[in-house]
Design a protein around this ligand. Structure first.
Ligand SMILES: *Cc1c(COP(=O)(O)O)cnc(C)c1O
Length: 363
């Protein structure tokens, strides 16, 4: 293997990289989260020593002791972001510094060391550049998964003294099978995602672990995703397992639940709020109850609803199911405001729509 030193990273090219012709076949139908590139970044942290052993090398399994802390107490955080191949052949990322900042905030909430934001960005860009041949063309993108976990071998309950930060990359097509079509949501009556004082605003694996039983319930009712209500009153709409929600009213105004500490502060959410305001929509970050949602869908006051996040971008919500009956939003197949916001956002991300706020970072 060919090893070299660039900046603080040791670079080891994989000797088992997938050949170009095989890669082309794989990229023709990448799906989501099942195909991976040739390399990965790792940086280690040891209490007293700080961040060290910065490396990019072949993607390979970790060797973990059975007493590795993360396997027992779930001290783990992650991010999700994308790199795009633009029409001119260049590579772009969307607001990556926001992911770096949120990763630092998640680390603080989980009593983990904070990776300097510029190091996070350097690591992600290094992987994108190294595996640039894996960025799909057309509507695809390279999904990036930076994450960090407690790697110390220790069963005592306290913040670990050793961590591994890692970035892997996965070429991606559409997140939901069936592309842009509207999704059906299940409202969970028993399970909540996050409570006041908990970890709802941190992007940690534990939140997802806790959401899966509700997701399973959703699937058993023929739904695509769960929508969670608040834990205190079981009344207010919060978000999906991995996406924020928006409601479009008949007067053109838009409502989204406020960031109260129990909702993940989505970068897509923040971008949609700005884009909608720039298009002249009034956007209110205010609590919206499930009962109101049902009533507004029935009366026609609610015209559209959509979910948003990096993985699925903007996805219309067609039907909502619960133990107390189902309801449909609009014609059940999305609407023009959802579609216009989706087109704006994806256009900016792909360099075909003006980017006044400088959200796109070219590599
Ligand atoms: C990641 C995530 C989102 C979406 O965040 P983006 O920054 O828009 O990708 C929304 N909700 C949860 C719970 C998430 O984990």
């Amino acid at each position: 293997m060919d090893v070299q030193q660039t900046s603080r990273f040791t670079v080891t090219r994989s000797g088992k990289a997938v050949p170009a012709d095989q890669r082309a076949v794989l990229l023709a139908d990448p799906g989501f989260g099942k195909l991976f590139t040739d390399h990965m970044v790792t940086i280690r942290y040891t209490e007293g020593q700080g961040w060290h052993s910065h490396a990019i090398g072949p993607r390979e399994p970790f060797q973990l002791d059975p007493a590795c802390a993360v396997l027992h107490y779930a001290q783990e955080i992650f991010e999700g972001m994308k790199a795009y191949r633009l029409e001119d052949g260049s590579i772009a990322m969307f607001r990556p510094e926001e992911n770096a900042r949120r990763f630092a905030e998640s680390a603080e909430r989980m009593a983990m060391p904070v990776l300097p934001e510029e190091l996070f960005l350097e690591a992600v860009e290094l992987l994108v550049k190294t595996d640039a041949d894996w960025i799909p063309g057309g509507e695809g993108s390279l999904y990036l998964r930076p994450f960090m976990f407690a790697s110390e071998t220790f069963l005592g309950v306290r913040p670990a003294n050793e961590y591994i930060f890692c970035v892997i990359a996965s070429p991606a097509g559409a997140y939901f099978k069936g592309g842009k079509k509207a999704v059906t949501l299940w409202v969970s009556e028993h399970f909540t995602r996050a409570a006041r004082g908990g970890t709802g605003a941190a992007k940690c694996g534990g939140n997802y672990a806790a959401s899966l039983v509700a997701q399973k319930e959703a699937i058993s009712h023929g739904c695509d995703q769960v929508v969670f209500l608040d834990a205190a009153e079981n009344k207010w709409v919060e978000e999906l397992g991995g996406m924020n929600v928006f409601f479009v009213m008949d007067d053109g105004s838009i409502v989204t639940p406020p960031l109260s500490g129990t909702i993940l502060p989505g970068i897509t959410r923040n971008s949609i709020i700005s884009l909608a305001r720039a298009k002249g929509h009034e956007v209110r970050e205010e609590p919206y109850s499930f009962a109101q949602w049902r009533a507004d869908a029935a009366s026609g006051k609610l015209r559209e609803a959509f979910a948003c996040g990096t993985a699925a971008v903007v996805t219309a919500i067609g039907t909502v199911k619960s133990v107390n009956g189902d309801f449909t939003i609009g014609n059940g197949d999305g609407g023009i405001v959802t579609e216009a916001l989706r087109a704006d956002l994806t256009g900016i991300q792909r360099g075909t729509v003006a980017d006044p706020a400088n959200w796109v970072r070219k590599l």
